[in-house]
Ligand binder design. Structure first.
Ligand code: FAD
Length: 430
């Protein structure tokens, strides 16, 4: 990998997400050598992926070059590499560009979509966990409408315009709201020769409320907002299969759809060598102690989505959202310095700043530190917070200008099929 040997201890960080970047920033100007590895050369701001999928933002505006994060830091190295295995016995990792030894290893690999072992759904449904996947979804949405124009078959056309989102958490709710706005504001203008009123947006939630983990008011209001926008909300319905054409559920409900988006769960992105049953908690996450040390491996730490720190308040680990990752990354930066100076480390205590989700124009729900509010004020708070946490001045400006433009013009100009998504439409022909 061409990383020079150093007299400083080498800390290898796997993953330049919220956790990895927060940690790297904290380690700047410290007496350590830091090697950051990521399979992408950019950081992804996942909370805005749904806006890329729905043509509201260009992908570049929610990505940030990881090399730029490290500019000006001494003893920092970035390598574009996918880590394939950890060998704790030899304090070494294996990657697609070679092996590397470490003194301390930090696993910050985040999470991946969880299909709960259903390979049929995994094969046919769309995920939205990365920029390439969001671009695939954007292409599929637009291609389905182009295809709908070409058919005389009434059922085929309806299936092409029928969107099914599985999962009623923030990702599903935000995507459903954005699709509903496209249906209302953009499709009739773009496709005047298609009866786009027949387009349907369905959101299916296995549990009995949307936005589990939010307050009852937020959950109820989100449902009201979605219904106002014409989204069909199905609660208490479990999806059992999708063969690329028909969505089956545990009830009698079936849906014919050419676009099923799976937003029903995530699991830790574990790595070979650190995937034995004794280190993995539920959801494929690594069991860590209060200092984010992986149980049984004092030189290996895990932060963010991949880490499961069971506490009294969060017995199944902290929520898999950005704040625990950022806070754990920052504290671990301080703790690693303490560890190297043989001082006691500080245990992690999660500062839950609240939850928020937007459903569309002027519509959002916020539960922040005991304050619960919904509607236009919540929407402004949601926008402000997301702009604040985006990395990079340019990205903030571009996103802000896009939002203002979209708001004034009722538009989403990034509805482009740049990378066609190859879907087999033949099964809709019968
Ligand atoms: C669609 C969507 C919407 C979301 N909305 C919100 C929201 O509104 N608010 C909120 O707080 N959270 C939201 N989240 C969750 C939030 O994005 C995650 O909790 C957060 O990104 C976790 O940070 P992390 O550092 O643990 O992992 P990530 O940010 O996922 O970073 C992991 C990094 O590791 C890299 N990586 C993974 N495996 C390897 C490997 N083997 N080798 C090399 N590199 C690897 C990846 O490329 C990635 O850069 C959303 C997530 C999604 C998918």
């Amino acid at each position: 990998m061409n990383i020079p040997l150093s007299s400083y201890p080498r800390i290898v960080i796997i993953g330049g997400g919220f956790g990895g970047v927060s940690l790297a920033k904290k380690l700047s100007k410290k007496e350590v050598q830091v090697v950051l590895l990521d399979k992408n050369n950019y950081h992804t701001f996942q909370p805005l992926l749904y806006q890329v999928s729905t043509g509201g933002l260009e992908p570049d505006s929610i990505a940030y070059p990881l090399r730029k994060v490290l500019i000006g830091y001494d003893n920092f190295y970035f390598r574009l590499a996918e880590v394939t295995e950890v060998d704790p016995g030899h304090k070494k990792i294996k990657t697609d560009i070679g092996d590397l030894s470490y003194d301390y290893l930090v696993v910050a690999t985040g999470s991946e979509t969880n299909f709960f072992g259903n390979t049929e759904i995994e094969h046919h449904a769309m995920s939205m966990k990365s920029i390439p996947q969001s671009l695939n979804l954007r292409s599929l949405i637009l291609e389905n409408f182009e295809q709908a124009l070409l058919t005389d078959d009434y059922h085929e056309r309806d299936a092409l315009m029928n969107f099914v989102i599985v999962g009623g958490g923030p990702t599903g709710v935000e995507l459903a709201g954005a699709l509903a706005e496209i249906k209302k504001g953009i499709l009739p203008k773009d496709y005047p020769d298609l009866d786009t009123r027949r387009a349907q947006i369905n959101i299916i939630q296995g549990g009995d409320c949307l936005l589990p983990g939010f307050s009852i008011q937020a959950s109820k209001k989100a449902e009201d907002f979605l219904e106002e926008l014409g989204v069909q909300v199905w609660k208490g319905v479990r999806v059992t299969g999708y063969d690329g054409k028909t969505v089956t559920t545990k009830t009698d409900l079936v849906f014919q759809s050419a676009a099923v988006i799976w937003a029903a769960g995530v699991k830790g992105a574990s790595i070979k060598g650190l995937d034995a049953a004794d280190v993995l908690a539920g959801g494929n996450r690594l069991k860590v102690n209060e200092f984010n040390q992986v149980i049984g491996y004092p030189e290996i730490f895990a932060i963010g989505d991949i880490a499961c720190m069971a506490t009294e308040d969060n017995p199944r680990g902290h929520p898999m959202v950005a704040q625990p990752a950022i806070q754990q990354g920052r504290l671990l930066g301080e703790n690693m310095v303490k560890l190297l100076e043989h001082k006691p480390m500080k245990p992690f205590v999660y500062n839950d700043k609240g939850s928020m989700a937007t459903i569309g124009r002027n519509k959002a729900v916020c539960d922040i530190k005991g304050y619960r509010f919904q509607g236009i004020f919540a929407w402004f708070v949601w926008m402000f917070v997301h702009l604040f946490f985006l990395i990079g001045f340019r990205n903030r400006m571009v996103v802000f200008i896009n939002w203002v433009y979209n708001y004034i013009r009722f538009d989403r100009e990034a509805r482009l099929i740049i990378r066609p998504y190859k879907r087999d439409y033949s099964q809709f022909k019968d």
